[in-house]
Design a protein around this ligand. Structure first.
Ligand code: FE2
Ligand code: FE2
Length: 233
């Protein structure tokens, strides 16, 4: 298995640098570098670099939000290329990259860390969801409407508006695909740990990739899992 990309904000900035439109590129880099809300007080919460992408499900571990953001944007870009090639539809990749990088950005403001691997809602998260927060902020920062639409509709039918552009639809599908891959492998890893160590875990320490747990089981059964991961839970 290849080494995973060590996830830092810089990886997101590198993707943002692929945006051709200089004004959009600058806005995206600025909000990732300085993810502050313009009209709301920032709560005492997790931060962008340490936040999980969900409390209990996909990417629910430290820095999971960066991993999910990076991966979703890459999936969306790959899908854009396929849609262009196979269906002959022009996809605005600037919009896809910008919306991919920003779609869940303020999730971090909706979580508090209780202890490693255990999160609850922040005071702000009790009042507003991540989708409302980022949509409002993009409006305040005068992002193009196409980017705001793709971000606002990334939950598909469960969004305030359904995806109505090809870029928005691609982002919605990429977001689901990445969440689902991570979620399924995470639950498989939890099952393997229960079977091999006889313990129930809520989350994995950030050093333990669920993908590597599954691979170890496949390669050498519980013996290999215990050899690689003993003492880590
Ligand atoms: Fe989301
Ligand atoms: Fe997402």
């Amino acid at each position: 298995m290849k080494r995973a990309v060590a996830m830092k904000e810089e990886e997101l900035i590198k993707l943002a640098e692929q945006i051709n439109d200089s004004s959009l590129r600058e806005k995206v880099v600025e909000i990732i570098t300085n993810p502050k809300l313009t009209f709301l007080e920032m709560p005492n919460s997790t931060n962008l670099s340490k936040s999980p992408a969900s409390k209990r499900r996909h990417h629910s571990y430290e820095s999971g939000l960066l991993v999910h953001t990076y991966s979703t944007t890459k999936v969306a870009l790959a899908l854009s290329g396929i849609v262009e090639e196979v269906y002959g539809v022009k996809v605005n990749k600037d919009v896809v990259i910008a919306a991919g990088l920003l779609h869940d950005l303020f999730k971090f403001a909706t979580y508090n860390k209780i202890y490693p691997g255990k999160y609850n809602r922040s005071k702000l998260g009790e009042m507003l969801d991540h989708l409302s927060l980022i949509t409002g902020e993009l409006y305040a920062r005068r992002f193009p409407i196409e980017v705001i639409h793709a971000v606002a509709s990334h939950h598909g039918d469960a969004s305030p508006i359904e995806p109505r552009t090809i870029e928005a639809l691609i982002l919605h599908i990429a977001d689901n695909a990445d969440a689902e891959i991570n979620d399924k492998v995470f639950w498989a890893a939890k099952d393997i740990i229960r079977e091999c160590f006889g313990i129930e875990i809520q989350t994995l320490p950030k050093e333990v990739s669920p993908f590597k747990v599954v691979l170890a089981k496949k390669e050498g059964g519980c013996e290999e899992v215990r050899r690689q991961f003993s003492g880590m839970f």
